[in-house]
Write a protein that binds this ligand. Structure first.
Ligand code: GLN
Length: 380
């Protein structure tokens, strides 16, 4: 058995969703919207299934989707990407795997920032790399230059930057992004930019990709996800964007992971990306559900950390009146209160995790959010 996987527990998302299914709890753990996908998307996938090829699409993605991703980024982020720079993958997690496998060599150190999405470290280790964690701290989760510079060695090869950041819902400041870019250039590092939450921002400020910063075009791999843009997490349609020579190599890693992604899903996503109204409607829904959850939580005296993006809001347990660790809270709340959540410490490696913070998912119907908050308030 490979030591990276032997003895490893199932992911916290799978664990909490399993408990929610078993107990019938409201699932505010794993991040996914409830209800039907956008009607236009459902129709587009049905039409593509009927009218287009259902056989292997081109390995790097159907041209329609590669072009649509490039235009989406031109329109929303001012990026000038060509079709060759976009490689479609079966979800962003596959993109992260392909990018890491395509770039990281045995012995390379890769900087990760805690809290870190749980797939990063195992993928780096599976590539023979060594994850090196740098902590971010509440309430603002800023990137501290001196702490990062202090762990850079001649073996440091890359960093994985998740912006906006899951699970905190925070967004890197312009100053932090420039600082990270500066470190990448100074130390000749690759930046894996997990930007799957780029379209789920609520502060009205345009997303700035690390790839767009001066000097980063040749050293950044930008990763995106249709699951997050359209709220269809089970579709597993993602992509990675990089300079043409780099993208060509990453495509070689992708071709022996999943090879391709179902064509009808690619065509539907391509169509929807070209319709800003679909994205705007989703955004309006999530904006409202976010406001609702935060308002109801604060109304019941829960301490909610500021969030500017993602489907998540975090609460601080002690200040909210719970004398429990985050793990204890999540394990007990799902069974005793009937609400599933994600403990922040499950996404933490390398040094002490800040005490007692749990993540709640807000992209749910208002009645469900209200009921969840009532249950937690009653249980406390
Ligand atoms: N990205 C999802 C979340 O943060 C989880 C995805 C998964 O379960 N693998 O909730």
């Amino acid at each position: 058995l490979n030591p990276v996987y032997a003895g490893m527990p199932v992911t916290i998302f799978e664990h909490m969703s399993g408990l929610a299914r078993e107990t019938g709890a409201i699932n505010l753990g794993q991040g996914f919207p409830d209800g039907a996908p956008p009607q236009a998307l459902a129709e587009a996938v049905a039409r593509a299934t009927r009218e287009r090829s259902n056989q292997y699409p081109p390995m790097a993605g159907v041209p329609e989707l590669r072009d649509a991703v490039a235009s989406f980024y031109a329109r929303t982020q001012g990026l000038a990407l060509t079709r060759e720079q976009v490689i479609v993958t079966s979800g962003a997690t596959e993109a992260i795997a392909a990018a890491v496998f395509g770039i990281v060599n045995p012995g390379d150190e890769v900087l990760l920032f805690a809290p870190a999405y749980d797939a990063y470290a195992p993928l780096v280790r599976r590539a023979g790399g060594v994850p090196v964690f740098v902590p971010l701290r509440p309430p603002y989760w800023r990137y501290v230059r001196d702490e990062i510079a202090a762990v850079i060695t001649p073996h440091t090869r890359a960093m994985i930057v998740n912006d906006p950041l899951n699970p905190t819902g925070s967004v890197a400041s312009a100053a932090d992004l420039s600082m990270l870019a500066g470190l990448c250039i100074e130390h000749d590092l690759i930046a894996f930019c997990d930007e799957v939450w780029e379209a789920v921002r609520f502060d009205g400020v345009r997303h700035r990709s690390l790839l767009d910063l001066p000097g980063m075009a040749d050293r950044a791999v930008k990763i995106g996800s249709a699951g997050k843009i359209f709220g269809v997490t089970g579709w597993k349609v993602g992509w990675m964007c990089a300079a043409p020579e780099l993208a060509a190599v990453l495509a070689r890693a992708h071709q022996f992971l999943t090879f391709t992604t179902p064509p009808m899903l690619q065509y539907a996503v391509a169509e929807a990306l070209n319709h800003p109204a679909i994205i705007a409607a989703q955004h309006a829904d999530w904006s409202a559900s976010r406001a609702r959850l935060i308002e109801r939580l604060r109304g019941e005296g829960f301490a909610v950390l500021e969030n500017a993006a993602t489907w998540f809001a975090c609460i601080e347990l002690t200040v909210s009146g719970f004398e429990l660790t985050d793990r204890e809270f999540s394990e007990r709340a799902v069974r005793e209160a009937g609400v599933a959540s994600i403990p922040l410490s499950a996404l933490w490696e390398g040094g002490a995790c800040p005490d007692g913070i749990v993540r709640l998912c807000h992209c749910k119907p208002v009645a469900m959010l209200d009921e969840a908050v009532e249950r937690l308030a009653r249980w406390r």
